[in-house]
Design a protein. Structure first.
Length: 176
């Protein structure tokens, strides 16, 4: 497996762990218990400030190359790219909404829907595009992808953790 795909799949696993925490908080909200808004903001901050800004653009590089080799897959790739934009808009709205007083049940439903969409999106990426990328892309293609990937380390799960994420990370680790 290419290093680029391994990196993205590792990020998918980290995102899935965060979604599990988010879904636990959603369960609290549906039971009329107050969710941990600080934790929810931390999770949504990561998903909107790292995933949407760095993770998804990396995937788009792979999508473009796979689409060149497998034209029938272009429709799926276009759909996944559209989902990136949709998830970014919804995630940003949810992140901002966590700063305002809103009904916990409504918030829980919105967050639960977002988590479900993101999980389905990740599954589709891995099953439909990443698998084909592994089959189709050449060493030259992977070099192109690597060169185009922003060299930002993951601020939460990376080896050089961003200072602003240290507290978030400790909070999240206690709950995983």
């Amino acid at each position: 497996m290419s290093e680029s795909l391994r990196h993205l799949e590792n990020e998918h696993r980290d995102i899935a762990r965060l979604l599990t925490l988010l879904e636990r908080q959603v369960q609290y909200a549906t039971r009329r218990r107050p969710p941990d808004r600080g934790l929810l903001r931390d999770i949504m901050h990561y998903l909107t400030h790292y995933s949407d800004l760095f993770h998804h653009p990396r995937e788009e590089l792979i999508f473009a190359r796979v689409g060149e080799y497998d034209p029938p897959l272009r429709e799926v790739i276009a759909s996944l790219s559209q989902e990136h934009r949709l998830l970014a808009r919804r995630g940003t709205a949810l992140y901002r909404g966590l700063s305002r007083p809103v009904d916990s049940t409504d918030l829980g439903q919105q967050l639960g829907h977002y988590a479900k969409l993101l999980r389905q999106h990740i599954d589709r990426e891995e099953e439909l595009v990443f698998a084909r990328a592994e089959e189709l892309l050449t060493d030259g293609d992977w070099a192109y992808v690597e060169a185009g990937m922003a060299q930002h380390t993951d601020p939460l799960f990376g080896s050089l953790m961003d200072k602003q994420y240290r507290v978030r990370y400790q909070h999240i680790l206690r709950l995983l």
